[in-house]
Design a protein around this ligand. Sequence first.
Ligand SMILES: Cc1cc2nc3c(=O)[nH]c(=O)nc-3n(C[C@H](O)[C@H](O)[C@H](O)COP(=O)(O)O)c2cc1C
Length: 149
Amino acid sequence: MPIAFVSTVSADGVRNLAPFSFFTGISANPPVICFSPMIRASDASRKDTLRNIEAVKEFVVNVVSEEFAEKMNICSAEFPPEVDEFEMSGLTPIPSDLVKPPRVKESRINMECRLVQVVDVSAKPLGGPTYTHHRPLRHGASENRQVKP
Ligand SMILES: Cc1cc2nc3c(=O)[nH]c(=O)nc-3n(C[C@H](O)[C@H](O)[C@H](O)COP(=O)(O)O)c2cc1C
């Protein structure tokens, strides 16, 4: 199963990265995918990824390959919002073509996305996913290399 490694920026411009395995495509025309940044179990708050997307309306889904799975794992820790998770993980930000958040250079497939809709299923900690629906604007090519998700 591919993991969505989602890059966002806050309203103040702080870069954020986080992995999400609740991730799938839900429409081909128009192309729309969704993933689920759930309510935090620790304090019932919204994750930085969701807060950034609600503020900026844009993000990038970078598909994870096994070569940088350990760096991805670093980004699943609960860092405070002012921490730049590209710096924490050592992954490389490169400018996106169409959206404000950077892409992850190490990722072989990047989808630059604009927010379509946030569906609040539940406000309970882990009780219900908060789905973020979004329209991919650009599909990076895998160039026949193995993605190894
Ligand atoms: C492989 C993997 C898959 C994950 N999938 C999800 C997921 O689908 N939904 C979710 O809410 N958290 C998921 N997490 C946990 C988030 O990555 C974690 O809560 C992260 O700190 C959120 O970061 P943020 O607050 O910067 O958005 C996953 C973690 C890992 C390591």
